[in-house]
Design a protein around this ligand. Structure first.
Ligand code: AMP
Ligand code: MG
Length: 337
């Protein structure tokens, strides 16, 4: 797994550079307007760069990624394509043509054989957070027969500590979180120019007393969803207010022991979680000693195509409070029927 891991870390680092570059071009105060162009440019450029690198290094491995290229091929999107191509050229040698960039992006829509291994990418996870210059992540994972073997999560805006965002080790440069199945999870602090800085093993919190547990959830959710998670948490006996973060940064804060719980649930029964929103983060949390299931306690099944079609919601914990959260969720959901 060593060469896959090195490849994933290096590729995600180039992706971080693209995201920082694009984000720095967002004019202050622009994020609250409806213009989503910056996130679209970053999404597409990151997907092209990761896909191009993967095609070169592991040509037989398919890629599942969020974006497609069909709109971008139409004349109305020519200007966007040229912006994307410019960002890709800063990261890839050989001056790739726009057509090459389109083909790299389109690889993310390849059919996946669930009995074989595949890579999965969320080029910019937490797009609303990206536009607000808050939390977002780049998530790359390798899945084999439904099990995640490797996960790399970049959280370029995550403070080193949520409690103390101005602490010395949180210069605002973010971290990478890397995990291999059976090999544990590590945090690598990012330095200037995205140099890899100090590297250390991470473990989930050892807090079993709900009164002392911190927890986190989505920013973007309906009030009714937040009401449901609040009821579950209240039943467990957790008293803290949630940290609300966009993206898989939530898995990172559980994995590094700050949060004891990440709870996610959609009241829309038809919503299915997307594989790229979870694969990397789930492995990072699990390898840090945590536990991740859906809201009914079922393991997440990554062999069902692009969605977790057999799962509802997410419960990611330090392990110690997992059963209590599942039990509370069961009771709250039953009462709502
Ligand atoms: P987060 O940053 O945790 O809010 O997650 C962002 C991801 O949530 C996006 O990439 C979407 O794929 C996904 N998403 C979109 N709509 C919903 C929904 N109704 N329920 C759960 N997840 C959603
Ligand atoms: Mg996402």
């Amino acid at each position: 797994m060593e060469s896959e891991l090195n490849f994933a870390v290096e590729t995600v680092r180039s992706a971080v550079r693209i995201c920082r570059q694009v984000q720095s071009e967002i004019a202050p105060g622009r994020w609250d307007k409806e213009d989503r162009t910056p996130v679209t440019v970053a999404d597409l450029a990151v997907q092209a760069v990761v896909s191009g690198a993967l095609g070169e290094r592991f040509p037989r491995d398919p890629l599942m990624a969020e974006e497609g290229s069909s709109e971008l091929r139409t004349p109305e999107w020519a200007e966007l394509l040229s912006r994307v191509t410019e960002h890709v050229r800063l990261m890839r040698s050989g001056n790739p043509a726009p057509q090459t960039v389109l083909n790299w992006i389109e690889r993310g829509q390849q059919p996946i054989d669930p009995d074989k291994r595949y890579w999965v990418l969320d080029p910019v996870d937490g797009t609303k957070g990206f536009l607000r210059k808050e939390q977002y992540a780049i998530a790359l994972a390798l899945v084999d027969r439904g099990r995640v073997l490797l996960g790399v999560l970049a959280c370029p805006n995550l403070p080193g500590s949520l409690a103390d965002p101005l602490a010395a080790n949180s210069a605002g440069l973010g971290q990478l979180y890397v995990a291999t199945r059976g090999g544990g999870a590590e945090r690598i602090d990012l330095g200037p120019e995205d140099a890899l800085g100090s590297r250390r093993r991470i473990r989930v919190s050892t807090t079993a007393d709900p009164a002392l547990v911190r927890w986190c959830e989505r920013v973007e959710s309906s009030d009714r969803n937040h009401d449901l998670t609040a009821q579950v948490v209240d039943r467990v006996g957790i008293r803290s207010v949630p940290d609300r973060l966009d993206s898989q940064a939530k898995y990172a804060v559980v994995a590094r022991g700050e949060s004891g719980l990440y709870l996610r649930h959609s009241l829309n029964r038809n919503y299915r979680e997307k594989v790229w929103d979870h694969a990397a983060g789930v492995l990072v949390t699990a390898e840090a000693g945590g536990q991740v299931t859906d809201i009914s306690g079922r393991p997440l099944d990554f062999s069902r195509g692009r969605e977790l079609s057999d799962n509802h919601g997410i419960v990611a914990t330090n392990g110690l409070i997992h059963e209590r959260v599942l039990e509370a969720a069961r009771e709250v959901l039953e009462r709502m029927q």
